[in-house]
Design a protein around this ligand. Structure first.
Ligand code: BES
Ligand code: ZN
Ligand code: ZN
Length: 473
């Protein structure tokens, strides 16, 4: 089932028209300032302009703006938290709210990092709306032309995560994840390998067990992509692709199940990160692994108390069918380790405990090596995509002891759920390998500038910043 695909047509990128090189096109000026700079700016205005700013209650506060008349035309005044240091989201409200048109920032402020929010503020998920929702774009011109492709690429990667996560499980099953990876492979001349059916049962028994109760249309599979020069350092990126998590026979209550279309959020992050790696031509040999399955309920579902064989030949007693993500990932991580990569990164909406500990904004990061963890933490801060480290504390391994098998997939006490899940995964990662695990929420429960409620990339840009720093762009 291995294949090298023919070259495809270039895909339409939804973000690429929102920030363009400034070639002197006609554009509305945006005056950026912080609260401290407001008075100095106001002093340059005519009385009528000052009155317009006052009527709109504009005082330079972050994420506020005003339309200022200017002869026959108009300008924009916009507040940011710190005019000397623009973060990724400081232009997001403008991108969201200004009238359609073309804009440029007055003066010579460096805005490259803030283009991300400008673009992502215009993200909409309208696949299921019946009226034509297409809005004309707000285009921002920039003279920082060199920075454009990287920023637009990141915006597109985030938009991809959002689209994949927002799409309902019926339309984003294992087959659709496979299709997504196939399209990416074609675009970048990568090879793919899909394992399904009896081969899946033989080679990835835990992926098969989790997914076997789903309908044929949503049959489980292991999706792999390989790309790049085999002589370059090998990296593996793994993502939990549970396309719907009902909990299995340990059924979730309806409140807990409602959002579980997002349980393939880890896969979405992994696919988007692989896209960034390939687009940038990073000097690595990339191995993307997406174990994809729907955790469904049927007569053939795996059961509490069952003992599964794993790819690593570790026997796993099922304490809870709702702890399914670690089963899929266990087999995928084993496979990833077999090729002796220099680094394994995995992304997963793995535990409710990570959300309890850190809330929805901060992914939990667990890593074997301190330097890798620190690199990821630093890259997260630099990118405005912070992640928070949680321990892989050896003393908690005993929580996963099984009475009859090598390991249990769930602890009976409720302690340190995210770390215990991380320790479960650790058993399946080849010894001595450099491995880091992101327990991400992949969802914004309430909107923030540039980040509408819904699917969200959390930890993606941190990981990308780290890969660029370690392997060079
Ligand atoms: N997909 C869930 C984790 C999850 C729940 C992430 C809610 C984000 C929000 C995962 O498969 C799960 O159900 N984990 C259980 C594990 C438990 C049974 C050991 C959990 O966290 O409750
Ligand atoms: Zn679950
Ligand atoms: Zn899950």
């Amino acid at each position: 089932m291995s294949k090298t695909a023919p070259t495809p047509p270039a895909p339409a990128d939804p973000m690429s028209d929102l920030a363009l090189p400034d070639k002197g096109q006609p554009a509305v000026a945006i005056h950026l300032m912080d609260k401290a700079g407001f008075e100095a700016w106001a002093a340059t205005l005519t009385p009528a302009q000052r009155a317009a700013a006052a009527a709109q209650k504009f005082k330079g506060a972050a994420n506020t703006h005003a339309i200022i008349p200017d002869g026959d035309s108009w300008q924009v005044a916009a507040g940011v938290a710190d005019a000397g240091k623009l973060g990724p989201w400081c232009l997001a409200r403008l991108g969201e709210n200004l009238p359609a048109g073309t804009y440029r920032i007055a003066g010579d402020t460096k805005i490259a990092p803030a283009l991300l929010g400008w673009c992502l503020g215009q993200y909409r998920f309208d696949r299921y709306r019946s009226e034509d929702p297409s809005e004309p774009p707000r285009i921002l011109l920039t003279r920082e032309v060199k920075a454009l492709p990287a920023v637009l690429g990141e915006a597109a990667a985030v938009a991809l995560v959002r689209d994949l996560v927002n799409t309902p499980a019926e339309d984003m099953g294992p087959a659709e994840l496979e299709h997504e990876v196939e399209m990416l492979a074609r675009r970048h001349k990568a090879t793919t390998h899909i394992t399904r059916g009896e081969a899946l049962e033989r080679e990835y028994p835990m992926v098969h067990a989790v997914g076997r109760a789903a309908s044929r249309q949503h049959a489980p599979r292991m999706i792999e992509l390989e790309w790049g020069d085999p002589a370059h350092p090998r990296i593996a990126i793994v993502g939990k692709g549970v396309t719907f998590d009902s909990g299995g026979l340990d059924l979730k209550p309806s409140s807990g199940m409602l959002l579980m279309k997002k349980d393939m959020g880890g896969a979405a992050h992994a696919i988007a990160l692989a896209k960034l790696v390939m687009e940038a031509g990073l000097k690595v040999r990339l191995h993307l692994l997406v174990p994809a399955a729907e955790n469904a309920v049927a007569g053939n579902a795996f059961r509490p108390g069952d003992v599964l064989r794993s790819r690593a030949e570790i026997s796993v007693e099922i304490g809870n069918t709702d702890a399914e993500g670690r089963l899929l990932l266990g087999d995928a991580l084993t496979r990833a380790g077999e090729s002796a990569p220099t680094l394994i990164l995995d992304f997963a909406t793995l535990t409710g405990a990570a959300r309890v500990a850190l809330g929805p904004d901060l992914p939990g990061l667990m890593a074997r090596r301190d330097d890798t963890a620190q690199g990821l933490l630093d890259a997260g801060i630099a990118a405005g995509d912070p992640v928070w480290r949680l321990p892989l504390h050896d003393g908690y391994r005993e929580y996963l002891k099984s009475d009859i098998a090598d390991i249990n997939n769930s602890a009976s006490n409720g302690y340190a759920g995210a770390s215990v899940a991380g320790l479960f995964l650790d058993r399946f990662v080849g010894e001595g390998l450099d491995w880091a695990h992101f327990d991400t929420f992949a969802w914004a429960p309430s909107p923030k500038p540039g980040r509408p409620k819904g699917g969200e990339a959390l930890g993606l840009r941190a990981a990308w910043g780290f890969l660029k720093a370690r392997y060079g762009a």
